[in-house]
Design a protein around this ligand. Structure first.
Ligand code: SF4
Length: 88
């Protein structure tokens, strides 16, 4: 299970994140996540490039989350997302 204390450092602020300690850089999320994921080759982990805005993006990220073979993609929930939006 993804641990928010081990987030990839380039992860976009918000509820979805990649746990760099679990990620094996298989790139499944990059191919399924419609631009919401990329690989940081220096840190050797995938990361969330931007938080989804709208249902289509949300579905793409959630599908990548369910498909990740390492369960490395986490969801901190709506409160974190609300806080991010207030700070924009
Ligand atoms: S699918 Fe999971 S293990 Fe594979 S690159 Fe993405 S976050 Fe890492």
């Amino acid at each position: 299970m993804a641990n928010p204390l081990k987030k990839a450092s380039r992860n976009a602020p918000g509820k979805y994140y990649v746990d760099k300690s679990l990620c094996t850089m298989c790139q499944v999320c990059v191919s399924m996540g419609e631009g919401y994921f990329d690989i940081d080759w220096d840190e050797e982990t995938a990361y969330v490039t931007s938080q989804p805005d709208g249902k289509v993006g949300e579905m793409a990220v959630r599908e990548a989350m369910l498909t990740c073979p390492e369960n490395a993609i986490g969801d901190d929930g709506e409160k974190v997302e609300e806080k991010r939006r207030k700070n924009e």
